[in-house]
Design a protein around this ligand. Structure first.
Ligand code: NI
Length: 137
């Protein structure tokens, strides 16, 4: 188990008040958990900027009736097979598909894959959620 270290933080009174409101809204059990979450988010941002090995997910929503879209998305994913860990396809309704592509690798390569998927004709929604492999934090 990770060793915990206690430290004290001095904050502007109003800022702390706002932070406590934020903690309540987000249902954090303690200030420590909320602060730890903020720090981790910043460290993950840094991992992406510094080009470390990262993980993430690309979410796509598209109409599979659009001509050639399935082939196009498959071609793109094959070009990036070395960073794709897994993908899952869900049929939302008669027209719309929801796909989540889980990726692990260099941030630039992941961003490049996300951009290609995003710009494919017929994709209605695309987003990249940056995450971490967990090794650095
Ligand atoms: Ni589908």
């Amino acid at each position: 188990m990770t060793e915990l270290k206690r430290f004290s933080v001095s904050l502007n009174k109003n800022l702390l008040k706002k932070f406590d409101r934020h903690i309540k809204t987000k249902k954090y059990p303690t200030r420590s958990k909320a602060i730890s979450d903020l720090i981790c988010r910043e460290l993950v941002k840094e991992e992406w900027i510094k080009g470390k090995m990262v993980a993430g997910a690309v979410i796509l929503v598209y109409d599979h009736h659009r001509r050639e879209i399935l082939n196009k998305l498959t071609d793109i994913q094959h070009d990036y097979h070395e960073i794709i860990v897994s993908s899952q396809h869900v049929h939302l309704d008669h027209h719309n598909c929801f796909e989540i592509v889980i990726v692990r690798g260099h941030p630039e390569k992941i961003q490049s894959l996300a951009n290609k998927l995003k710009s494919a004709k017929g994709v209605k929604f695309a987003s990249l959620t940056p995450a971490t492999t967990g090794k650095e934090i």
